[in-house]
Design a protein around this ligand. Sequence first.
Ligand code: 5GP
Length: 175
Amino acid sequence: MKVKDLEFKPFIKAEDIQKKVKTLAKQIDIDYADKTPILLPILNGSFIFAADLVKQINIACKVSFVKINSYVGTQSTGQLKTLIGLEESLFGQHIIIVEDIVDTGLTLQKIVDELRSLGTKSVEVVALLRKTPAREKNIEVKYVGFEIDNEFVLGYGLDYDGLGRNTDHILKAKA
Ligand code: 5GP
């Protein structure tokens, strides 16, 4: 499949993703059996993963989609990233961030810090994919679907310049 200037080849099959999603949901059911967590999918990339995941979770839970707003500060602070779209108070709540992919983990670290500062009871992360750098830096991701090498992936919600999100499987860029 060609998207703009890049050629992609099949990587993770739809049925393997669905199997993995069920396994992740089962673990969340066990770990949060006596709690009512709030799932916080980060848009846009995680919308398909989040939709499939919540269908497999059987315990009581809430879902609230959020976005990350990246902007350049007026000072020389560089890029600041904050969560937007939070509609309810997260104070005293158990939060599960739903991410499509963790690469350097920098985005995630900022979000986790921000959520902790809001007085949440606990903050964990479920990521469908995790790349080597995050693994090496020990970025804490409690639930990981697939560990992958440092390659560019597409599909199942993940995009290349806004394109290619609409597949039921994951592809990777040809070397
Ligand atoms: P991090 O802050 O962990 O380096 O970046 C994470 C974000 O970068 C992800 O939520 C995703 O939007 C984007 N990203 C990282 N790696 C890939 C990739 O291989 N493919 C796509 N489509 N997006 C990626």
